[in-house]
Design a protein around this ligand. Structure first.
Ligand SMILES: C[S@@+](CC[C@H](N)C(=O)[O-])C[C@H]1O[C@@H](n2cnc3c(N)ncnc32)[C@H](O)[C@@H]1O
Length: 348
């Protein structure tokens, strides 16, 4: 196999590779170059450079030469991965070819924390993190230079995927009501990457924690117009309507004009009821009906909550955020961007 930097016009390195993603830089002359990712001899993706690499630019090569590819599912130790330029030349590797089982640069959170935010199985934990990262990048158009807010950041399931994507100009803030997970993120993520800051919000939630103030009056600890993009993965699904309204208002306040927010919900509407009447099964029942919202457990309303679509729309109307896309999720029927329903909103 011909190597880059010998007779090829291409140059580049694979800088990071683990079972979850592969990243590096690739250039041909003054331009970033696409690369092909081959798994066990079969091409699985062609990846264009979308990441600014000031460190590469400092050596006289093009800045827009960084690439990242997140695998559909975590690779196994026996898998064979190659990264090649369009002429078949293989990129050099500046890292171990594989460090399976966890995101390379960050330790895996304790099982208890992974269980708190979803499935405690490490593979499923990482698959969700990678999937949400891809939506942030591909559906919401997050750029490597963006200032990003993660509401309900948990134990950094999504943050670690942004770590290799955000460049020196980008920055991430996350906040959560769970002090232990916030502390873990500070010790294990911030300590390795200062661009990532985590904050504790001492708030109550009828499912997660009893001690604290009412989320319906919470002011996010950031100035107006701070963020290019905000996301909340599986957090509004744990907020009663008053808190959801306050959070939408706060998102509108802290977003820059033109900023976007990607937020997941469970949404019920007439179509949902028609499907139900026709005998279609949904993954969640939301059997306790409270008018404009429904829940699965009367004792813990915030265990899982579904909003009527009319309520959802009025929340964003009141917050002066425009709904650009509402993607109904696979919890209702196959299709959509993900399991939950996702809303992409923007601030004018
Ligand atoms: C299902 S987990 C998702 C965590 C994270 N977004 C992820 O995808 O890995 C829900 C998270 O929301 C947090 N949470 C619950 N109520 C909250 C609130 N009012 N404000 C911020 N975070 C909250 C919980 O502590 C928990 O970490």
């Amino acid at each position: 196999m011909q190597r880059s930097g010998q007779t090829s016009r291409f140059e580049g390195w694979v800088a990071v590779c683990d079972s979850i993603y592969v990243a590096g830089w690739a250039a041909a002359g003054s331009q970033g170059a696409p690369v092909r990712i081959k798994l066990n001899g079969r091409e699985i993706a062609e990846v264009k450079p979308t990441v600014e690499r000031p460190d590469v630019a400092a050596t006289g090569r093009p800045a827009l030469s960084g690439f990242v590819h997140v695998f559909e599912k975590p690779l196994a130790e026996t898998d064979d991965l190659e990264v090649v330029f369009s002429d078949g030349t293989e990129l050099d590797w500046a890292c171990r070819r594989f460090a399976c089982g966890k995101v390379a640069t960050f330790p895996q959170p304790p099982t208890e924390f992974m269980g708190k935010v979803g499935d405690a199985d490490p593979n499923k934990f990482h698959m969700v993190g990678a999937h949400v990262f891809r939506m942030i990048r591909d559906k919401a158009g997050a750029r490597p230079t963006d200032r990003i807010l993660d509401i309900g950041s948990g134990c950094g399931r999504v943050a670690v995927y942004l770590s290799n994507y955000l460049n020196g100009l980008g920055r991430y803030d996350g906040f959560d009501i769970d002090l232990a997970m916030v502390e873990w993120c500070k010790e294990n993520i911030t300590a390795r990457d200062q661009k990532f800051q985590f904050h504790h919000a001492k708030l109550t939630n009828t499912y997660y924690t009893e001690a604290g103030a009412d989320a319906a009056t919470y002011k996010f600890p950031f100035s107006d117009s701070t963020f290019d993009m905000v996301f909340a993965a599986s957090v509004f699904t744990h907020l009663v309507p008053n808190s959801a309204q306050q959070y939408a208002n706060e998102i509108a306040r802290v977003l820059k004009p033109g900023g976007r927010a990607l937020l997941s919900f469970y949404v019920k509407n007439d179509e949902f009821r028609r499907e139900r009447a026709q005998g279609q099964k949904h993954s969640l029942d939301f059997q306790y009906d409270h008018g404009d919202y429904s829940i699965v457990d009367e004792k813990h309303p915030e265990l899982a909550i579904a909003f009527e679509e009319a309520l959802l729309r009025s929340i964003f109307d009141k917050a002066r955020l425009k709904i650009d896309t509402l993607s109904y999720g696979a919890w209702r029927k196959p299709g959509g961007w993900s399991f939950q329903d996702w809303v992409l909103v923007s601030k004018s």
